[in-house]
Design a protein. Structure first.
Length: 273
């Protein structure tokens, strides 16, 4: 049931992104963020198929992500990118909104929802999301800041080469709205602390260290039963929380897990290499 729901979410997410591209942004020659924006700007000048360019540019990032992040994340991301490319071939490239600002606003909302629900199940819609996640696994800084910087380069390129800064500004609006929509659905650079009481500590520790993620082992005692227990404490980001929950449920469905938002972390937060 869970896998069927995940497949449905990937399908709906890809559909929303493809509609946002073909019916709102591309007809106005606006840009989305990241790799899709690069594909669009090349497509506008060369008449190459933007959907196929989007797939082509994502492939190296998928391979990099498979090595650096993990199989499940990349499998969902590959499915999302392939489905988005396919839907871009069958969805007509027509104006829904004749006004460029409306195209930017509603295109941004649709793309943000599509990307956000895919991120929520532990994948992504490809592109700079993968680059950002790889780098934030090594360096502790907000993912959104990194993505905004990379997207800014693409927007400036559009304004410069098209000699039309209105398009660049409307594209910036679309990317901003898309990012805010994603944030509302799932992703913010917020740290959380998970306290895990389990009888399978070694298996969970081994899995968490493979992510990699630091873990602290705490010996505890039940107040009522007086039984000794092992509690694991780990600090992670909301971006990786889906994967953490999946690991715990897979190894010990009966584990007691308390997840709390972390106001701040003092000291070293980087994961072990």
């Amino acid at each position: 049931m869970k896998k069927a729901l995940d497949v449905l979410i990937i399908l709906v997410g890809a559909l929303l992104v493809a509609v946002g591209f073909n019916m709102f942004l591309i007809p106005h020659q606006l840009l989305s963020g990241g790799v899709s924006g690069i594909a669009m700007i090349i497509g506008y000048f060369t008449d190459y198929n933007i959907g196929f360019l989007y797939l082509l540019f994502n492939m190296p990032l998928m391979i990099w992500g498979l090595i650096s992040i993990g199989k499940r994340f990349i499998m969902i991301s590959v499915a999302s990118v392939v489905l988005t490319t396919w839907m871009m071939q069958i969805i007509p490239m027509n104006f829904v909104a004749k006004d460029s600002m409306l195209g930017a606003v509603f295109g941004g909302v649709l793309i943000g929802i599509g990307s956000g629900i895919t991120l929520r199940i532990g994948g992504s819609s490809g592109g700079f999301d993968i680059v950002g996640l790889i780098l934030t696994r090594k360096y502790d800084f907000p993912l959104g800041t990194l993505l905004s910087s990379m997207n800014g380069i693409v927007i400036v390129a559009l304004g410069y080469f098209k000699d039309n800064w209105d398009l660049a500004l409307f594209s910036m609006l679309a990317i901003f709205i898309s990012g805010k929509t994603v944030d509302m659905i799932h992703i913010r650079h917020i740290k959380v602390t998970a306290f895990i009481v389990t009888k399978h500590k070694d298996a969970i520790i081994n899995k968490l260290l493979m992510i990699p993620r630091g873990v602290t082992l705490i010996k505890t005692e039940g107040a009522y039963t007086k039984q000794q227990h092992d509690m694991l404490m780990t600090v992670t980001t909301r971006y990786e929380l889906v994967e953490l929950k999946r690991i715990i449920k897979e190894i010990d469905p009966k584990a007691f897990v308390n997840i709390v938002e972390t106001v701040g972390v003092v000291g070293e937060f980087r994961k072990p290499k």
